[in-house]
Design a protein around this ligand. Structure first.
Ligand SMILES: NC(=[NH2+])NCCC[C@H](N)C(=O)O
Length: 527
């Protein structure tokens, strides 16, 4: 189970597709910005405010910094191993099959659950739009899933607040259908969506900054840095662990390393550039939202601090006094614009989110099928999962399976919890990547590295500490999902993958990216 897949075998697999080095620093930065901006800023701003209050501005800085450091490690491996499967493949080459399996298993959590989170985020903007622009009232029971609370370790659902999130199901299944039919996102569509997203955020900043009231910034950190005693995942650092979601996606830049001119110089510019631009945007948006309408958390009816999305939180938001608070909105940015008397621009921003978010869902479900595909190709999952549809040439079985799971999770869970769970998978994968970079420096010091992590012996350990630090500031329920999911993964591995693994059975599978059984490539941001 410590067997590794040799770097040369992996590279032989990838050899066939050697790409033209054409990207410069500016294109790379834009690619990153396009892949990063999404649900995080549009939707999770409200959850971050509930956790940290105006102090969420620090949360954006912390999460951005952890991402920047992790990104530097990720890029070294991405530039050495320009192949699909990302963190899973890197770990397979460096630390052996068992850990690779665990990373691949965690990536399932990351991608599929992120797709669910974005579906729920889309639903919030969709409902806001049809209600405000078309004055159509969607039935209450069908607009969100139940509110969850914990009774000891047993989750309890309260269906008073909602039963099932129908719009989220619809968007997840629609995107799945498109993927089954073989839709991929073209660079052109991606460029248009980048412009739409950036325009929407710019408009938000321009309209909110002039109406900022300094009084809205105090108290600045109502829940402190780590939340009041007895809570988990609250405070400025708790909000950073959630808002981390808003920065993920920069791997698009790392993945493009082999298409980049002078990667040693341009990849870090692209990474730090796109993360830097997003951080500045996010800070301006956060300042605008806080300053315009305030961002103080709501308290439970008994006066205690509450986790966003929980049953007690829903109850507090249902009171008339709290209904218009930022933290209670499912479409935070559109809501702010309506509150400051720009209803039409608010609706347009909602429309922009509705147009742009499905592409994030598409990339996530696509990325998920790609990971399943690579794992099946290595023999760790059943080959039949990778079966290709005769007419549409897509891996339809895994796509439909993934889409249905995504829709179910989206139907019944709130966006903040889903994002937290997805983050736990991402943080684990980044943590492993930081280790892998160092291990590979020792094991294989002379292999060419188109991009080298600067000061790796400082940067990689700091990345590990940063990822672990954010993970341990997730709410307890979300934190527990990763070990439980991991234990399940171990069972699956020893029951199946351990015996079936191609590397274990001595099969060197030279499946090329261009082989007919490989899924279509060409979605920016996933590989
Ligand atoms: N690989 C991921 N976990 N991506 C999900 C996050 C995508 C993006 N940053 C957003 O805020 O919508």
């Amino acid at each position: 189970m410590w067997r590794v897949k040799s770097l040369d075998a992996i590279l032989a697999t990838a050899k066939k597709k050697s790409l033209h080095r054409s990207l410069g620093p500016i294109q790379l930065t834009l690619l990153g910005v396009g892949a990063i901006i999404g649900t995080g800023i549009f939707v999770l701003t409200a959850a971050a405010a509930q956790k940290a209050g105006p102090g969420m501005m620090w949360s954006f800085v912390i999460a951005g910094a952890v991402c920047a450091i992790a990104a530097l490690c990720y890029s070294e491996l991405a530039s050495m191993l320009p192949v699909s499967g990302s963190a899973y493949t890197y770990t397979y080459a460096v630390m052996g099959e068992l850990l690779a399996w665990m990373v691949g298993w965690a990536l399932i959590l990351e991608y599929a659950v992120a797709a669910s989170a974005v579906s729920v985020g889309w639903s919030g903007y969709f409902l806001g739009l049809i209600e405000n622009a078309l004055h159509f009232h969607w039935p209450d029971a069908l607009r969100s899933g139940p509110a969850w609370s914990m009774n000891g370790f047993i989750p309890v659902a309260d269906f008073g607040a909602g039963v099932v999130n129908i719009p989220a199901i619809l968007v997840a299944l629609t995107v799945t259908a498109l993927l089954v039919r073989g839709t991929t996102e073209s660079a052109r569509v991606n460029a248009i969506l980048v412009v739409i997203k950036v325009t929407a955020l710019t408009a938000f900043v321009i309209l909110t900054l002039p109406v900022i009231k300094t009084g809205n910034f105090s108290p600045f950190t109502p829940n402190g840095w780590f939340g009041p005693h007895g809570t988990t995942g609250m405070g400025v650092v708790g909000a950073a662990a959630s808002i981390f979601f808003a920065y993920v996606g920069f791997d698009a830049v790392s993945t493009a390393a082999e298409e980049t001119k002078n990667p040693q110089r341009n990849v870090p510019i692209g990474l730090i550039g796109s993360l830097g631009i997003c951080t500045i945007f996010y800070l301006l948006v956060a300042a605008g939202a806080v300053g315009a309408i305030g961002a103080q958390p709501v308290l439970a009816l008994d006066g205690s601090v509450v986790q966003p999305g929980s049953a007690a939180f829903q109850a507090a938001c249902a009171t008339a006094a709290n209904a218009d608070r930022l933290v209670c909105s499912n479409e935070a940015l559109a809501h702010v614009l309506r509150e400051i008397n720009w209803p039409v621009v608010g609706n347009l921003l909602g429309l922009a989110a509705n147009l742009a978010l499905p592409s994030v869902i598409l990339m996530m479900i696509y990325g998920q099928t790609r990971i399943f595909f690579v794992m099946a190709r290595d023999g760790l999952l059943p080959q039949s999962l990778a079966n290709i549809h005769p007419k549409w040439k897509t891996p339809y079985i895994v796509t439909i399976f993934t889409g249905v799971c995504v829709a179910i999770a989206a139907a019944f869970f709130p966006v903040g919890q889903l994002a937290d769970i997805s983050n736990s998978g991402t943080l684990f994968a980044f943590f492993m990547v930081a280790i892998a970079v160092m291990v590979l420096r020792v094991k294989d010091p002379n292999r060419p590295r188109p991009f080298k992590t600067p000061a790796v012996w400082i940067v990689a350990p700091v990345a590990m500490v940063g990822c672990a630090g954010l993970y341990f500031n997730l709410p307890l329920e979300s934190m527990l999902v990763l070990p439980i999911w991991g234990a399940l993964g171990l069972v699956v591995y020893f029951a199946y993958g351990y015996r079936k693994s191609h590397v274990g059975r001595g099969i060197t599978d030279e499946v090329h990216e261009l082989d007919p059984d490989a899924p279509p490539t060409g979605v920016p941001g996933v590989d």
